[in-house]
Design a protein around this ligand. Structure first.
Ligand code: ZN
Length: 285
């Protein structure tokens, strides 16, 4: 995907919600909205709504009720009584807000769902790069890239054997493979750095260069980093689901600071339109 210079710059300084962040939103928001009827729907910035058109978006959601909240990769999936699913890909700057009607609106609030319990679910997105769909499950193949997505990184389906098999299909650098949705979904720039640090492998190695032991270590690091982060973020999120909790990460965006394992200075490299943070001592080239 081609990115303009501004988008590239923005991609470097912003961060996309990843698997642990969305798991936390799911855990906090689910009990508050499942079973609560949606009243009036206000579409303020229709650009982010990819499908259907804004009028259909409003009419489908109005008087509908959320039945289930789920996640696949970096998509949050909210199933409704009508069997439509509201699929939200937040990209870099999209966030949800759950609040009372009187709460100040964030800039670039794109739509508001007025819930019958006097609460509101709002989506805001300063760059409006987010992608929102309201479709039946059978229509999901219309979402660009949906059918090409690999399994979710945390799903039980992703066993060590599956992980090894899938990795054999790729030849790129480890960091690029980890964030590639066709390999596994749910991992972005931040958690790829954390996983590689935990496994002690150099981010720019081609994935074909790993030994069997290193692939195994990478697999276990992926599972443990994501599980621990999900627990921490969910615990700390509270009511404010738009907040980003990243201060506990060990290397990501901590360039120049001290490595928590060996005490060396953490490196930060800008490559392939993203910043990669790692420890040159713990993750030797
Ligand atoms: Zn280190």
């Amino acid at each position: 995907m081609f990115m303009s210079r501004t988008e590239t710059l923005y991609a470097i300084i912003s961060s996309m919600p990843e698997l642990p962040d969305l798991e936390a939103v799911k855990a906090v928001l689910g009990p508050k909205i499942v079973g609560v009827k949606i009243g009036r729907v206000e579409v303020l910035q229709p650009l982010v709504i990819r499908q259907p058109g804004p009028d259909d978006f409003e009419s489908i959601l109005t008087d509908n009720t959320f039945r289930e909240i789920d996640r696949r990769g970096k998509f949050l999936l909210l199933t409704l009584d009508s069997r439509h699913i509201l699929a939200i890909h937040f990209m870099l700057t999209g966030r949800l807000q759950y609040c009372g009607v009187k709460e100040n609106r964030k800039p670039k609030t794109c739509f508001i769902l007025n819930m019958e319990d006097e609460k509101q679910v709002r989506y805001f997105d300063s760059k409006q790069m987010g992608k929102i769909y309201l479709l039946h499950k059978g229509q999901f193949s219309q979402i660009p890239g949906w059918n090409d997505m690999g399994p979710d990184a945390m799903s039980d389906e992703v066993t060590l054997t599956i992980f090894q098999q899938r990795m054999k299909r790729f030849t790129g650098q480890l960091k690029n493979v980890l964030v590639n949705d066709t390999f596994l979904t749910g991992i972005g720039n931040a958690y790829a750095d954390e996983i590689l640090f935990e496994a002690g492998v150099y981010p720019f190695w081609p994935c074909t260069s790993l030994s069997e032991e290193e692939v195994e270590s990478l697999y276990h690091s992926m599972k443990s980093v994501l599980a621990e982060a999900t627990e921490i973020v969910t615990d700390r999120m509270g009511e404010d689901i738009s907040t980003e909790i990243r201060d506990f990460l060990k290397v990501h965006r901590r360039g120049g600071k001290t490595c928590p394992v060996c005490g060396s200075q953490i490196s930060e490299v800008q490559a392939n339109r993203r910043i990669t943070s790692f420890c040159r001592n713990c993750q030797k080239a």
